[in-house]
Design a protein around this ligand. Structure first.
Ligand code: SAH
Length: 358
């Protein structure tokens, strides 16, 4: 069985040769007609995966408080550019703005959303229409000014390149065709990439999150020049970029990433160490990374959960407890330590809220 996108990818490989993993991921996720994010809303119980803001309103509310505290520490600029990267259904921003409205009623920031999916843009419009957000295809068009940026499960959806250490040097991992042309296979470029100087034993795989590093550098430069901070929460690791975390998820299960192009979500763990190095190189300060569970507890998740349970029915209180557990528990079933929070800050700001115990 093939997918419409398989046919396009096959034709491109026949014409131009095997493609980089970054090209393959960009087509699978962002192809204007067949791309995964263009054709569906992947979030929620009936989708392919569930994200923290879809688990509980508490997640977005705490981020709203984080935004209010960060804004106050910046001196409360009236021209703040509040930006979310990859806002999904708009749930996080809707919950955050509600909490923000209570914590800082006079603060009504301009809301900017970076989103490529028309379907998800429509979902965001229906949740956030009241604040008249501005949409962007990329970060390049965001307006000047001090900014606060939030990004939950955004960086893991960006394309990466991979290189394998061979006797010849670091050779790029490419997506090509099986001899009969019927399916996609992994291969390696014949010639090594001479610009990579990293040392590692033969066989080791290195992942280079090129677009993510570009975004980290660009926003860090802005934050240092114009003030502000970025909060990213993602499925990630702080080890160096060796090892393979490229994976496909479909209907809540792992799938073969080459089998049904365009039909599965493709991600890699976010290399926070590399994102941090890119940000520091521009003069920004890094806070964290810290386990999502610890970060949310520092922001007051326990207190928020207790508040929600006051006067709640038994079923509602159980739902709050279940969400609390999923957001904070470590191990495979919870998100508490699989997910990490990292802050990129203007070095003039105090340590960002949530990164030190309150
Ligand atoms: N933050 C949301 C959604 C996470 S899914 C949540 O936590 O629920 C990833 C989001 O990033 C989706 O909204 C997807 O459409 C968007 N996205 C993926 N690649 C993108 C790109 N290259 N540019 C902008 N948005 C992108």
């Amino acid at each position: 069985m093939t997918t419409p996108l398989f046919v396009e990818i096959r034709d491109e490989i026949v014409e131009a040769g095997p493609m980089s993993l970054a090209r393959y991921m960009a087509l699978c996720l962002g192809h204007p007609i067949h791309g995964y994010y263009r054709t569906r809303d992947p979030l929620g119980a009936r989708g392919d995966f569930v994200t923290a803001p879809e688990i509980s309103q508490m997640f977005g509310e705490l981020i709203g408080i984080w935004i209010a505290v960060t804004w106050a520490s910046m001196g409360g600029p009236s021209d703040l550019v509040l930006t979310e990267l990859g806002p999904g259904r708009g749930t996080l921003m809707a919950d955050a703005l509600r909490a923000l409205g209570r914590a800082a009623p006079d603060f009504q920031p301009a809301v900017h959303l970076v989103e490529t999916s028309p379907l998800l843009r429509a979902a965001q419009a229906s949740r956030l229409g009241a604040v008249s957000p501005t949409w962007h295809d990329g970060i390049e068009t965001l307006p000047e000014g001090p900014m606060i940026v939030v990004a939950n499960e955004f960086f893991d959806a960006l394309p990466v390149r991979q290189f394998q250490r061979t006797e010849r040097g670091w050779c790029e991992r490419l997506v090509g065709l099986s001899p009969d042309g019927g399916r996609l296979t992994f291969g390696l470029a014949a010639e090594p990439d001479r610009e990579i100087s990293a040392q590692a034993p033969v066989g080791v795989l290195m992942t280079v999150p090129a677009p993510a590093l570009g975004i980290s550098r660009n926003l860090s430069r802005r934050i240092v020049a114009q003030g502000g901070a970025l909060l990213a929460i993602d499925y990630g690791h702080v080890r160096p970029g060796f090892g393979d975390t490229f994976q496909a998820v479909s209907a809540h299960r792992f799938a073969d990433p080459l089998l049904f192009p365009g039909e599965a979500d493709l991600t890699t763990h976010v290399d926070f160490a590399a994102l941090g190095r890119a940000a520091r190189g521009e003069g920004a300060r890094i806070d964290g990374p810290l386990d999502q569970g610890a970060f949310l507890l520092n922001l007051g998740l326990r207190q928020r959960a207790d508040r929600l349970k006051v006067g709640a029915s038994r079923a509602q209180a159980d739902a709050v407890d279940t969400a609390f557990h999923r957001l904070t528990a470590s191990g495979k079933r919870g998100m508490g330590s699989l997910f990490q929070a990292i802050g990129i800050a203007d070095p003039r700001l105090p340590v960002l809220s949530g990164f030190t115990p309150s």
